[in-house]
Design a protein around this ligand. Structure first.
Ligand code: 2X7
Ligand code: FE2
Length: 303
């Protein structure tokens, strides 16, 4: 039986924040800048996700990234292999990463088709010289530094900014459902990544530009932002998704939360709104923003 004749499933989903500092702190050979380390709490948290992915052996990792912003519609990477240097425009001194990735072409085409079928504007990204954004690359590196699993990258349409938060969230629900249908139809065993920071107020300047990894300077930006993050994480840890979605608009407004871009909503919608306790692996600030590494494991859940 070919893969697309078997029924696909979503094995797990991760809240996989993408500050480039995490890759910088790890010093992988692909990243040009060198560091003395830093942000260990978040980096060690990702070790748990790496172990889950090694155990589950998915066919594909899908990632929705706020830093691939598309004005018209939702785009999917659709070039068999992409290669180049991904640079963070704000932190080029921390992140200049030489990437090489394989795209799951059948699945990316299916997501495109299902999104259109579901009434969304969608487009395949077919430029072979496309520079993949740092959000996509950081989340994928932190989840699977071996890069031995094909991926599908999905853009963040700017509907929450062009229209409003409600339109943005509605689009993400539809995009998540379209993604789930595409996974089912193509028979993939998939893992999803929501590439999102939580509270997103950050310092206006690096506290120690000569040593960005100076952890004595890494603190929460504000107590209010921190309390918002704790509230959201606690709801997710308790599997209280209805409550989470009811406070989400206020969280996005008051904490400038990066989930506004829709990655987390897309992922939870694709997973059928799993009301299971999410595993929380770690929380940490990066230049003052709040970041949580979390896992929803559908394949290994004990009910
Ligand atoms: O893109 C980011 C982010 N979301 C949070 C913190 C620092 C840098 O980049
Ligand atoms: Fe970001």
């Amino acid at each position: 039986m070919s893969q697309s004749q078997t029924k696909g499933e979503i094995l797990a989903g991760f809240l996989a924040p993408h500050p480039p500092h995490l890759v910088y702190g790890e010093n992988p050979p692909q990243n040009e800048p060198r560091s003395r380390g830093g942000w260990e709490g978040l980096r060690w948290a990702y070790d748990n996700c790496r172990a889950t992915i090694k155990r589950l052996k998915p066919d594909v990792i899908l990632v929705h990234s706020p830093h691939w912003q598309t004005i018209v519609g939702h785009h999917v990477l659709h070039v068999p292999q992409l290669q180049g240097v991904s640079v963070d425009p704000i932190f080029p001194h921390l992140f200049r990463y030489h990437f090489k990735l394989d795209v799951d072409m059948e699945l990316s085409a299916a997501i495109h088709d299902e999104a259109r079928e579901g009434g969304l504007v969608a487009k395949k990204m077919t430029n072979p010289n496309f520079r993949v954004d740092y959000g996509t690359i950081v989340s994928l590196h932190m989840l699977n530094p071996d890069w031995d699993i094909p991926v599908v990258g999905i853009s963040a349409n700017n509907s929450p900014y062009f229209y409003d938060d409600n339109v943005g969230q509605e689009q993400m629900l539809k995009l998540g459902e379209a993604t789930a249908r595409a996974i089912a139809k193509t028979g993939r065993r998939a893992v999803l990544a929501a590439s999102n920071t939580l509270s997103h107020l950050h310092f206006p300047a690096e506290p120690n530009p000569g040593l960005p990894e100076d952890m004595s300077k890494e603190v929460v930006m504000s107590q209010g932002q921190y309390e918002w993050d704790v509230r959201v994480i606690n709801l997710l840890r308790a599997g209280k998704l209805d409550e989470f979605f009811s406070i989400l608009p206020q969280f996005m407004r008051e904490a400038f939360a990066e989930v506004k871009a829709g990655s987390l909503t897309w992922m939870l919608a694709a997973m059928g709104m799993p009301k299971i306790p999410a595993k929380h692996y770690g929380y940490g600030t990066v230049i003052g923003t709040g970041n949580a590494v979390m896992e929803w494991n559908l394949a290994e859940v004990t009910r």
